[in-house]
Design a binder for this molecule. Structure first.
Ligand SMILES: Cc1ncc(COP(=O)(O)O)c(C=O)c1O
Length: 370
């Protein structure tokens, strides 16, 4: 029986009536741009993330781009970030005219190394972008300590609702940093039926500026204080996300339960290193990513057996052709490069049935002769 990496239709089938009802409400009202559906979602996501403000925008990429602009980052500035992430994290830095400075990751969590951040800070550093990769928050308090006084844009595209214990407090993804950015790309734990994104902040002035930047830089229609973008969160997508939001916690809990099941099933395989979640973190497992021996051969074997899988990410950003101008070489970020050669993500979505989980496990075990 084939097992897909992700089955969005399985999820849609469980919520179809609620989603279609709420979508039709927007269609009947014919109010498609911002307005009540978007404001309601912004309020709900701000509550979930414990932030004062949440500003909807067109996608998770724009959430980072708008944040960089709101922090006045541009030509001549440097932004320190990880190369082991989706392209948007650094593509946006380039697109505002600034220079991405790539530093290596911690090998166990795949998240940015705070020590590496500290070593990269210089007079031109205007922000740090840690990424909460695969559903697990980065060590943001260590990044803060490594970059005192420097704004932090937490790329939480994969980690809505993740939390981390810092001292005695549980901190939500995007709650504590200068801004947190979210993506509602369909494959995220909270996925739209198209593109959508959001920016979280506790800072009123930043929130005001971000709201202006997403509508061509004008607080008042047809008057422009600065040049912004057309980057609104679509009202139809807001309705979808609002209908799905009450299910998010249960979906993420099911992903965690699936992860525990896999962890146990692979525990005796020396060739499979299961994901490490720091004891102070609660991951939402947007991906279940293992490090394995003979990765490419395992991938072909699983493909043959119809087991969905993917490599996030096969080429770290510092080695991407488009960033050759920055002068990084093989060996510049060795942990990211090693991870790129060893990782494989397996199906983890909440609607997986027991028989499907077992199918994935048998296939992986069979490859290693167990
Ligand atoms: C880590 C990370 N950053 C940024 C993004 C960009 O989000 P979007 O695809 O909504 O533009 C994504 C989404 O794929 C992501 O995974």
């Amino acid at each position: 029986m084939p097992v897909p990496l992700l089955d969005l239709r399985a999820q849609h089938a469980t919520i179809r009536d609620e989603v279609v009802r709420d979508l039709m409400r927007v269609v009947d009202d014919q109010l498609f741009i911002l307005g009540e559906p978007v404001e309601r979602l912004e309020k709900s996501v701000a509550e979930l993330s414990k932030t004062k403000y949440a500003i909807g925008c067109a996608n998770g990429t724009d959430a980072i781009l708008l944040s960089l602009r709101a922090l006045d980052i541009g030509r001549g500035d440097e932004v320190v970030t990880t190369p082991f992430t989706f392209f948007a994290t650094a593509g946006t830095v380039h697109n505002v005219g600034a220079t991405p400075v790539f530093v290596d990751i911690e090998p166990d969590t795949f998240n940015i190394s705070a020590d590496a951040v500290r070593a990269a800070i210089g007079p031109k550093t205007k922000a740090v972008i840690p990424v909460d990769l695969f559903g697990q928050m980065a060590a943001i308090e260590r990044v803060e300590a490594a970059a005192p006084g420097i704004p932090i844009i937490e790329d939480a595209a994969q980690s809505i609702g993740a939390k981390r214990r810092i001292g005695n407090d549980w901190v939500m993804a995007g709650e504590r940093t200068t801004v947190g950015t979210l993506s509602f790309f369909p494959s995220k734990n909270l996925g739209a039926y198209g593109d959508a994104g959001m920016i979280l902040t506790q800072d009123e002035a930043l929130a005001t500026r971000l709201k202006r930047l997403r509508v061509h830089g004008g607080a008042k229609t047809y008057y422009h204080d600065e040049v912004g973008y057309n980057s609104r969160l679509d009202a139809l997508q807001a309705a979808v996300l609002q209908a799905k939001l009450p299910h998010l916690e249960a979906w993420s809990a099911k992903r965690r339960a699936n992860a525990v099941y896999y962890d146990r099933a692979f525990a005796d395989l020396a060739d499979v290193k299961t994901p490490y979640v720091e004891p102070c973190n609660v991951s939402i497992f947007n991906q279940y990513t293992v490090r394995v021996a003979r990765r490419d051969a395992l991938q072909s074997f699983l493909k043959e057996k119809g087991i969905g899988n993917s490599i996030y990410y096969p080429l770290p950003l510092h080695l991407q052709p488009c960033f050759a101008y920055l002068g990084y070489k093989v060996g510049s970020c060795p942990e990211s490069e090693r991870a790129a050669g060893e990782v494989l993500s397996l199906p983890i979505y909440p609607e997986l049935e027991q028989s499907q989980l077992d199918e994935v496990i048998s296939a992986v075990r069979a490859f290693y002769g167990r």
